[in-house]
Design a protein. Sequence first.
Length: 255
Amino acid sequence: MKKIIRGQRFHIVGELCMTAFLVLMICSSAFAAAPWDGTVGTLPEPVDNVYTITTPQELAAVVKAVNNGTNTFKGQTIRLGGDIDLNEQFWSPIGTPSKPFSGNFDGNNHSVKGLRIITSTIENGIYYAGFFGYISSDTLLEISDVTVSGSITISSKSITGNNAAYISGIAAFAYNTNFSGCTSDVNISVNYDESAVNHLIGGIAGILSNGGTVQKCKNIGTITSRGSKAVSLGGLVGASSGTVDDSVNEGKLTI
C-alpha cells in the first residue's frame, strides 16, 4: 500500500509540474509582442523618465514623436521590455538633424528584428539610413544592450547627385554618444550612380561624431558598397572622432 501511495504522489507531482510548465509557456506566448503590422500605437506612460516599450506599435510611436518634433526624449530613456519584430515593414529612421533623438536607449538585452530600409531620410542634401537616423545631445547619451537585425538596401534611385549619406545598422549619425553591448546583424547593400560621393557606412555607426565610444559591440552583418566615388566603410564605424574598444567585426565587407 505504501508503494502505491508513493507512486501516486510522484504521479501527482509530475502532473502538477507539467501543468505549471504549460501555463508558463502559454503566458510567455500571450505576452510576446506580435509582428508589426505597420501601424503606429501610443507611447506608454513613463515611470521615472523611462518609457518601457513592449510592442512594435509603441516603438513606432517613438519614431513619430521624435520625427514630428513632439519629443526628443532628452533626459529620458527608451527601454525595451521584450523582443520587437518589425516584420520587414518600411522603417523610418529615428531622428533627423533638425529633430534628433536626444535620449538614452536601453535595449535591456532584447532584440529588434525585421528591420527593412529601402530609402533614407534626407535633410540639407544629406541622407540618413539606420535604425536611428540622427542621435544628438549636449549631454553624453547611452545606446546599450540591443541587437538589431534586418536589411538596408539603398540604390541610386533613392540617393542621387552629389549628396552625402550616413548608413548603419544601429545609428547613421551619432553625436556625443556611447554605444555599449550593441550588435548589428543588418545586411547593408549600397549601390550608387557614379556621381554620388562622401558616404560613411558602418555596422554600429555611420559616423561617431564629437567623441563618444563604441565598447563591447559587434557587427555580424555584411556590408557592400558599389559605385560611390568616395566611401568610408568600416565594420563598426564608417568614420569616428571617438574611440572603439573591445569590439569586433565579423561581417564581410565589400567595396
